[in-house]
Design a protein around this ligand. Structure first.
Ligand code: NAP
Length: 252
């Protein structure tokens, strides 16, 4: 039997796992056998129940990612619980919408701090653990179509997600030879809280749907296969890619 996608015995840290894409990825990793350390500032009860159905171990870690204060504790708590941390999914993210001409410093910093700065320093904390323990590690960053395209009215979001694709490449170059794979998944348009405003804007919603070859918005479970692949031995020679899971959006 091919076990290259099997995650039993591994511990995965997933940020923003209480809802949407992070929750979908936490469940998929649990189904593949990984213990899930779910990191966030809101209740993890719903995710805990869904991961429990997979039979995988589950831990909730309360943490705020708008600053760096909680970051060392996240890796410490996950490793104290799971014995080790093998997988890090940097999923937590935020978005602010306004015309660039009116965009504020607060909306710039709020997005960059969570989507890019915390991602870098949590990845650093995770990599320090992996290198100190001498085992391998997998980092999966959740990028965006805005890692490839410009978008409109979301300047800090586009800057952060384009920056995240670059950071993914840089960390892959530094750590590929040290047993850590760094890759990203770029979801297309998914029906979550992040896209509520878009889906409620009839004009934008119709425009978006008309460009998705698959003919529907993505669901968090659509990302499970890519996440398990990038978390598993099956992707050991994959480094620095940003993999679109977009219903064909970029192919259009
Ligand atoms: P979501 O349901 O709003 O998820 C965002 C997650 O990030 C939530 O768990 C949220 O926690 C967490 N988060 C935000 N600010 C935080 C903070 N300061 N500290 C700790 N956690 C924080 O939307 P989503 O669509 O699943 O988004 C997940 C990721 O996918 C984001 O990085 C987003 O940019 C990316 N993405 C989404 C789409 C899409 O179409 N939906 C497309 C491309 C990329 P709270 O619930 O506590 O706020």
């Amino acid at each position: 039997m091919d076990t290259s996608f099997d995650l039993h015995g591994m511990t995965a840290i997933v940020t923003g796992a209480n809802s949407g894409i992070g929750q979908g990825i936490a469940v998929a990793l649990g189904r593949a056998g990984a213990g899930v350390a779910a990191v966030g500032r809101s209740s993890m009860d719903e995710t805990a129940a869904l991961v429990a159905e997979t039979g995988a171990p589950f831990l909730a870690i309360k943490a705020e990612l708008a600053t760096l204060a909680d970051i060392p504790r996240i890796v410490e708590e996950a490793t104290a619980w799971g014995g080790r941390a093998d997988i890090l999914v940097n999923n937590a993210g935020t978005i602010r919408r306004a015309d660039s001409i009116d965009f504020t410093e607060e909306d710039w910093d709020a997005v960059m701090d969570i989507n890019l700065k915390s991602v870098f320093f949590l990845s650093q904390a995770f990599a320090r653990h992996v290198l100190a323990e001498g085992h391998s590690g997998k980092i999966i960053n959740i990028a965006s179509m805005m890692s490839f395209q410009g978008g409109i009215r979301i300047p800090s979001y586009t800057a952060s997600k384009s920056g995240l694709a670059g950071l993914t490449r840089l960390l892959a170059c530094e750590w590929a030879g040290r047993g850590i794979n760094v890759n990203a998944i770029a979801p297309g348009y998914f029906a979550t809280a992040n896209t509520k405003a878009l889906r409620e804007d009839e004009k934008r919603s119709t425009e978006i749907m008309g460009r998705i070859p698959a003919g529907r918005w993505g669901k968090p479970e659509d990302l499970g296969g890519a996440a398990v692949f990038l978390a598993s031995r099956a992707s050991d020679y994959v480094h620095g890619v940003t993999l679109p899971v977009d219903g064909g959006w970029l192919a259009r």
